[in-house]
Design a protein around this ligand. Structure first.
Ligand code: FES
Ligand SMILES: [Fe+2]
Length: 411
């Protein structure tokens, strides 16, 4: 797809926010879909959502509905949810369990891997091998499922090698989804990411988050007292976690550097200490569910994971919270937030949603309101790009540079 993106890009000023069209224009959105959303790896969901053969869920990347199903051999298949007869959507439920995928229109029947098995009423000489469901690439790693709509996706292995050792102790492949909340955020997907990439806004907007974390402080406002507090928890954590192979990988104030636009790094994870006295990102800092994965001690700080263009996760010793973004229009993003706990944890006995959810539910909803207000502002004829803080918005700048490279690059 060709649009006049270059003149728009030439108006971008390094270190400043993007011109308004990037957040509102239909053509730019279509270009984003082609160059960002249909090229890389997208987080689809968790392995524990489809534990058995025949389990499936669907997700929508703009107008493309995708089925993610567990096959008879245990592997995960990604399939376009479009019948090869006359194009009906096949699965209309968001999730379920089937032995075959049967089109509701004329009952063409497909295997869980997308092969056409039966098409009653068609001539005997119809070559069924030519009418399987269109496949998308699917990979499963450490309890997370990624898909790619690209014909030739970038290699998945570098991400896997970087993320796996950090993710493994959290035990997402021995987890269950305790709760999911869906949001339709009235903001362009890039505004949602830009907001995620800075904590400049945290002090005034996230009263819960800032009690547990250090990353809202930066080089400009980390006082000697704050530095001492960080050094104390880092020193204790390093001593304690080194034996368990859980040593912190991010030890300073401020957010870890991500993304790396120059090297097109779309994934990252780090473990970082929580403030003294907090073992979980919960309202009071105390544990709200049984320990997850390999953890034998609640004091393991917080594990943070992010993959562009659509996933981040914050995990504590006892629970993980995943956020998945999907583009749903130039000014609309479908967001799903998942709360995960150990697979054996029983609601009412081992955890209560009323204690598990508020920290990230409040923080997430505070962010969605921020993004929607910003969308309304950038839609104004008076909007013009503004300068980023070098102390606090270096990752927003990094994200914008990553994005511009993706949309500039010849597909
Ligand atoms: S459209 Fe699916 S069987 Fe006809
Ligand atoms: Fe935020």
């Amino acid at each position: 797809m060709q649009i006049a993106i270059e003149p728009l890009i030439s108006r971008c000023r390094p270190g400043w926010s993007l011109p308004g069209k990037f957040y509102s224009d239909e053509e730019v959105y279509r270009h984003d879909l082609a160059r960002v959303w249909r090229t890389g790896w997208l987080f689809a969901g968790h392995s524990c959502e489809i534990p058995k053969a025949g389990d499936y869920f669907t997700l929508a990347v703009d107008t493309d509905s995708i089925i993610v199903a567990r096959g008879d051999d245990g592997s995960v298949h990604g399939l376009h949810n479009v019948c090869r007869h006359r194009g009906s959507m096949i699965c209309t439920e968001p999730a379920g369990h089937v032995t075959r995928l049967v089109c509701p229109y004329h009952q063409w029947t497909y295997g869980l891997d997308g092969c056409l098995l039966a098409c009653r009423g068609m001539p005997d000489d119809l070559d069924k091998t030519q009418f399987g469901l269109v496949r998308v690439h699917a990979r499963e790693a450490e309890g997370l499922i990624f898909i790619s709509l690209a014909q030739n996706p970038p290699p998945f292995e570098p991400g896997l090698e970087t993320l796996s050792p950090l993710l493994r102790p959290q035990g997402f492949n021995r987890a269950k989804v305790a709760k999911v909340v869906d949001y339709l955020v009235e903001a362009n997907w890039k505004l949602v990411w830009e907001n995620n990439r800075e904590c400049y806004h945290c002090n005034f907007n996230h009263p819960q988050y800032i009690k547990a974390n250090f990353d809202h402080y930066n080089a400009d406002d980390a006082t000697p007292r704050i530095r001492e507090a960080i050094n104390t928890v880092v020193a204790r954590s390093e001593q304690k976690w080194a034996e368990a192979d859980l040593a912190p990988t991010h030890k300073q104030t401020g957010m870890t550097l991500f993304p790396d636009a120059e090297n097109n790094i779309w994934f990252s994870a780090n473990r970082t200490p929580l403030v003294e006295g907090w073992v979980s990102e919960s309202m009071d800092g105390r544990r709200v569910a049984p320990l997850m994965g390999d953890y034998r001690d609640a004091d393991v700080g917080t594990l943070r994971i992010r993959t562009l263009p659509n996933f981040w996760n914050h995990s504590s010793c006892d629970h993980g919270v995943s956020t998945r973004l999907l583009p749903a229009g130039p000014q609309r993003t479908a967001v799903r937030v998942y709360w995960l706990v150990d697979e054996k944890a029983v609601e009412g006995r081992d955890y209560e949603l009323a204690r598990l959810m508020p920290f990230w539910q409040l923080t997430s909803e505070q962010d969605w309101r921020i993004c929607e207000r910003q969308q309304r502002g950038v839609n104004s004829s008076a909007y013009q790009p503004g300068p980023y803080s070098t102390f606090k918005e270096y990752n927003v700048d990094g994200f914008v540079r990553w994005y511009l490279q993706k949309v500039k690059r010849d597909a």
